[in-house]
Design a protein around this ligand. Structure first.
Ligand code: BGC
Length: 755
């Protein structure tokens, strides 16, 4: 397409029209100019292509497709290649079905375990979310199909999602809520971004020019188009001016007319419409130029792939006395309705119409397994007959495996959970079965953490998350040891909901949700508070054991901005082949009151496959951002001068090896100096001590005597410690009369030259 020429020939009405959908899933075609339409479809963990009547809540049917593990599970794989492979399969499916843009990945941060959509999201940590998203995007887009990274941004709850305002400071925004988008956009260049429903500090995401234009385009170099979440438009002209290009779904012409009027009345420059049109046409053209008529959607092959991925995502949380893997010879009781009909996906727009689903029960048919239903998925009260049958089954078997989890109704897009518990009947069943059989294992199907009041009563827990339509086979492979579990938690499991840092502020008051915990989200909070948790971020067991050792950096001291090269050894110390996730954290060591920082932050990870006894060396490169925090007043990422520990381990709570390095970063954060600036802050500036010397001596002469009276001694260092928090003007009050306001002001001018 000759896009500039097409735009030149388009009428204002045609341009306005192109800025909203033709229907639920298509952009508009302009036949007279040869502009074809494109189709978009949900996403993210399968293709929800609706041929007939469209809806955004997964109510009406879509074509039969393959449900892959949801975001909660794929992030737990900590495996970039695997996620990319899943993306490739989805891209191929889209090509075969003429879908130009897949609506995902969903990268919102898991601020609270209650968010109804946590199952679609990746992590409480922006690095894991950003890396997983980048891999997914690279995979899908390698097939010349675009993605729509969503929901941009700060959409961390379903409660009042279309009206609530996420209120937060700039540092929290940058370090936590924008960071995953930033990383994925810069690394993988998504074709489109979907803006969220909510407001941020009072401004609708669709109208947030700072975010949509300055951040996305200027800072992240995003070059595709931004579309609205379905129905996220409030003021179309304001959206366009801010950089929100395509409204979805169709407004049946209503908003197109509003755009035309806004241009005619001079409220919206036509150039803003032209820009949106150009961006949309660029993607339309990119898709059609690269359309692959030979693409093939092989559902059975993708089902197999879905199983392979699922088996790499599951997290073995507990395995006392090696209760797992199960014996293929001895009798096992599978207890719980989810053994027969697993829960493997969540409700809402990501809901896939699966071409087949396999259960653990069916996939374990060759092993000695007996089954008892245990509970009714839709009735949360204990059903005596099911309960007794389950206990009988447990007693008759070597091991009892309970398939528990959250029923559909407790976890879905559109609303949040109200608590973090499993249904009461399941908790009661687990305790009772554990009493009946000491070898009890719980297999969980849930998209977000649950409380485990029975954790000390059972020997094993396997978290399968919502692992897609092939969850049954993958679970059996892991339970029986054909696959060695290698998933790790991309989020913390707190002991109870009240421990979560957002607890007091979630879901907010009316339409205001204040993110008062700031950057202390997830493990950043729990670790800093030294709070015991049920399972820490990064945790995940294996049937073998690993040792991570010998962390080395290429140097001991670095300049600000210099790359830090790290190597670390990882050894399989057990007797089975397995995979370990080597996690790299940075821990600021130098105490400062300049900024409140989490004790540790994840800055790298690598999943490593090892034979028994094998050792591999893993290399990491840490760039400036790994040590920086966002300084709001300076409006820049800042590295403070000081010591930083770099530590590696198999979980955030088990750091096995570390090195401390020094970075010659910024010593002073002052941006201005006035009479109210403290002496301590000024002294951090190179050369300031010389200028301040007369003041300090004057202060010393007057205060020295009284200090020695009260303390019995007076040393220069005590004096300096006392002066540290004194504003410069204090020298006038406490000096020996020789310091005047004018001399102080002259000194301020001198000091400013040091900034
Ligand atoms: C969801 C999006 C989804 C869209 C289209 C919205 O309700 O928030 O994630 O892509 O519907 O179904």
């Amino acid at each position: 397409m000759n896009i500039p020429e097409i735009i030149r020939q388009m009428t204002l009405e045609e341009k306005a029209g192109l800025c909203s959908g033709a229907d639920f899933w298509h952009t508009k075609a302009i036949e007279r100019l040869g502009v074809p339409q494109i189709m978009v479809s949900d996403g993210p963990h399968g293709l929800r292509k609706q041929d007939l009547e469209g809806d955004h809540l997964g109510v009406n049917d879509s074509i039969q497709a393959v449900c892959f593990p949801a975001g909660c599970a794929t992030a737990a794989s900590f495996d970039r290649q695997l996620v990319e492979k899943m993306g490739q399969a989805l891209g191929e499916e889209c090509q075969a079905e003429n879908v130009a843009v897949l609506l995902g990945p969903a990268v919102n941060i898991k601020r609270s375990p209650l968010c109804g959509r946590n199952f679609e999201y990746y992590s409480e940590d922006p690095y894991v979310a950003g890396q997983t998203a980048a891999s997914f995007i690279k995979g899908v887009q390698s097939k010349n199909v675009g993605v729509s990274i969503k929901h941009f941004y700060a959409n961390n709850q379903e409660h009042r999602r279309m009206s609530s305002s996420s209120v937060m400071d700039e540092r929290t925004k940058r370090e936590i809520y924008l960071a995953a988008f930033e990383q994925a956009i810069q690394e993988a260049k998504p074709w489109t971004v979907m803006c969220s429903y909510n407001r941020i500090n009072g401004v609708y995401a669709a109208q947030d020019k700072t975010a949509l234009t300055e951040f996305l385009r200027d800072e992240c170099q995003f070059d595709g188009f931004v579309m609205s979440d379905w129905g996220a438009v409030d003021d179309r002209a304001a959206d366009l001016a801010a950089g929100m290009d395509l409204e979805m779904p169709s407004s049946e012409g209503v908003r197109d007319r509003e755009i035309v009027r806004a241009v005619q009345e001079g409220r919206l420059p036509e150039a803003a419409v032209d820009l949106a049109v150009e961006r949309i046409l660029t993607i339309v053209d990119r898709y059609w130029q690269n359309q692959n008529p030979h693409a093939n959607f092989d559902r059975d092959a993708d089902h197999e792939l879905s199983r392979e991925i699922a088996s790499q995502c599951m997290v073995l949380l507990k395995n006392e006395d090696h209760v797992l893997p199960l014996s293929k010879e001895k009798k096992t009781a599978f207890i719980g309705a989810f053994a027969e009909a697993p829960r493997f996906q969540g409700g809402g727009s990501s809901h896939i119409h699966c071409h087949k689903v396999e259960s653990a029960l069916e996939m374990a048919k060759d092993y000695p397994v007996i089954y008892a239903k245990g509970y009714d998925v839709s009735d949360h009260t204990v059903q005596q007959d099911l309960y007794e049958e389950a206990i009988r089954a447990a007693k008759s078997a070597e091991t009892a495996v309970i398939f528990a989890g959250l029923p559909d109704a407790l976890e879905s897009e559109g609303y949040d959970r109200t608590h973090m518990r499993l249904p009461d009947c399941q908790n009661a069943l687990i305790s009772a079965v554990a009493k009946a059989n000491p070898n009890t294992v719980v297999v969980l199907h849930n998209g977000s953490p649950v409380e485990m009041p029975w954790i000390d009563e059972v020997k094993g827990v396997l978290e399968t998350y919502l692992c897609g339509q092939a969850v049954g086979g993958a679970t059996v492979q892991v339970l029986y040891g054909d696959v060695n579990p290698s998933g790790h938690l991309a989020e913390t499991f707190p002991r109870k909901l009240e421990d979560n840092p957002s607890y007091l502020f979630y879901p907010g008051e009316g339409d205001q949700t204040v993110y008062a915990e700031g950057v202390f989200v997830g493990y950043r909070y729990y670790a800093t508070k030294k709070m015991p948790v049920l399972f820490p971020f990064g945790h995940g067991l294996s049937y073998t054991t690993f040792q991570i050792s010998d962390l080395k950096t290429d140097k001991a001291a670095y300049a600000d901005g210099e790359t830090v090269r790290v190597t670390v050894h990882v050894t399989n110390t057990g007797d089975r082949a397995g995979k370990q996730v080597v996690q790299l954290y940075v821990l600021p060591q130098t105490k400062t009151d300049a900024v409140l920082r989490p004790v540790l932050e994840l800055r790298g990870y690598e999943k490593v496959s090892l034979m028994p006894g094998e050792t591999k060396t893993v290399s990491f490169e840490l760039n400036r951002r790994a040590f920086a925090y966002y300084h709001t007043a300076l409006q820049e990422w800042t590295v403070l001068d000081g010591d930083y520990a770099i530590a590696a381990g198999g979980s955030s709570a088990e750091l096995e090896t570390q090195q401390v390095i020094h970075i010659a970063g910024r010593k002073s954060l002052l941006t201005d100096i006035t009479l109210n600036t403290t002496v301590g802050d000024i002294l951090a500036l190179k050369g300031a001590r010389e200028i301040l010397r007369p003041l300090m001596e004057s202060y010393g002469r007057t205060m020295g005597d009284s200090a020695s009276d009260s303390l019995g001694e007076s040393t220069a260092s005590m004096m300096e410690a006392q002066m540290k928090y004194m504003p410069l003007r204090g020298m006038i009050s406490f000096g020996d009369g020789k310091i005047t306001t004018d001399s102080c002001l002259a000194m301020v001018e001198e000091l400013k030259k040091l900034l």
